[in-house]
Ligand binder design. Structure first.
Ligand code: GUN
Length: 283
C-alpha cells in the first residue's frame, strides 16, 4: 500500500508557483492578487480562509481579505463583488461557502467575473469544464487529478466510482476523470446496491461528508482510494473512509489530514496564477 502524501505534493506545487510568480514580477512588475470573502464567523471557514491568505502571501501573491458580518445582505455582497471584479490588482475572487441563508449562493457565484472565478464555480466555467476546455477548474477535484498524476496512476480505462454529487467535488471530479478517459459512476444518497458498485471501483473517490462511511467490505483489493471527507469526530479530523481496515486492501490511499486537503489550497494558488497570466496576456 502506498500512502499518498498530499502535503509533500502540495509543497512542491507551491514551490513552483512561488518561483514562477517571482519571475513574472521581475518581468512585468506585477504580482497575482487573490481576494477572499468570508461572511460570518464559522470557525472552520475562518481557518480555511486565513490559511488561503497566509499561503497566498508566502508565494509572493497579494492577498485581499474581506470579512463581512453574518447579517450581511445579498445586495451588499453583490456590490462588493462588483468592486472586486473591477479592481485590476485582483485576479482571483473566492467567496467562502456556505453563505448564510439570506444570501442566494447561486446569484453570488454568477456575479463573479468568470475570468476571476478561481473556484471554477461560475456556470460559464462549469459549462467549459463539461465541454473540456476550461482554464479554471474547481480546486479540490483538480488537486485529486494532480495527486493521481504525481503517483503515475493511469486513469484511462479505469472504473472510477465517485461517492457524492456536490457541485464543489462530486460532479466536477467526475468530469475531470471522464476527460482522462475513466468510466465513471456517480453514487449518492438514493443509489441502490452501493456496495456492489463501490466494490467494482478501480478508483474510489469519497466526498459525502460522513465519517468512516466507507468500510473494507465496500472496497476491492488493489483499489485506489481517495478520501475527500473532512469530518470532526471527538475533535479529531476524520475522513469518509474507515482508514485502518480499508488501507489494508487499497493499493494507494490518501490520509485525512494530509491527503487531498493540502492540494485544494495549492490548486487555488495555481488558478490565481493562471488567471493573472491570462489577464496580462502571458500564455
Ligand atoms: N467551502 C468548502 N470548500 C470550498 C471551496 O473549495 N471553495 C469555496 N469557495 N468554499 C468552499
Amino acid at each position: 500500500m502506498v500512502l499518498i502524501d498530499g502535503k509533500k505534493v502540495s509543497a512542491e506545487i507551491r514551490g513552483c508557483l512561488a518561483k514562477e510568480a517571482g519571475e513574472l514580477k521581475e518581468k512585468t512588475g506585477r504580482v497575482p492578487g487573490l481576494a477572499t470573502v468570508l461572511v460570518g464567523d464559522d470557525p472552520a471557514s475562518a481557518v480555511y480562509v486565513r490559511n488561503k491568505n497566509k499561503i497566498c502571501r508566502e508565494l509572493g501573491f497579494k492577498s485581499f481579505e474581506q470579512k463581512l458580518s453574518l447579517d450581511t445582505s445579498e445586495a451588499k455582497l453583490l456590490q462588493l463583488i462588483k468592486e472586486l471584479n473591477s479592481n485590476n490588482d485582483i485576479h482571483g475572487i473566492l467567496v467562502q461557502l456556505p453563505l448564510p441563508s439570506q444570501i442566494d449562493s447561486e446569484k453570488i457565484l454568477q456575479a463573479i467575473d468568470p475570468n476571476k472565478d478561481v473556484d471554477g464555480f461560475h456556470p460559464v466555467n462549469v459549462g467549459k469544464l463539461v465541454v473540456g476546455n476550461a482554464l479554471l477548474t474547481p480546486c479540490t477535484p483538480t488537486g485529486i487529478i494532480k495527486l493521481l498524476d504525481y503517483y503515475e496512476i493511469d486513469i484511462s480505462g479505469k472504473h472510477a466510482v465517485v461517492l457524492g454529487r456536490s457541485n464543489i467535488v462530486g460532479k466536477p471530479v467526475s468530469m475531470l476523470l471522464l476527460q482522462r478517459n475513466a468510466t465513471i459512476t456517480i453514487c449518492h444518497s438514493r443509489t441502490t446496491n452501493l456496495e456492489e458498485i463501490t466494490r467494482s471501483a478501480d478508483i474510489l473517490v469519497a466526498a459525502i461528508g460522513r465519517a468512516n462511511f466507507v468500510t473494507e467490505n465496500m472496497v476491492s483489493n488493489g483499489a485506489i482510494v481517495i478520501d475527500v471527507g473532512i469530518n470532526r469526530v471527538d475533535g479529531k479530523l476524520t475522513g469518509d473512509i474507515n482508514f485502518e481496515p480499508v488501507s489494508k486492501k487499497a493499493s494507494y490511499i490518501t490520509p485525512v489530514p494530509g491527503g487531498v486537503g493540502p492540494m485544494t489550497i495549492a490548486l487555488l494558488m495555481e488558478n490565481t496564477l493562471k488567471a493573472f497570466k491570462e489577464s496580462i496576456g502571458i500564455n
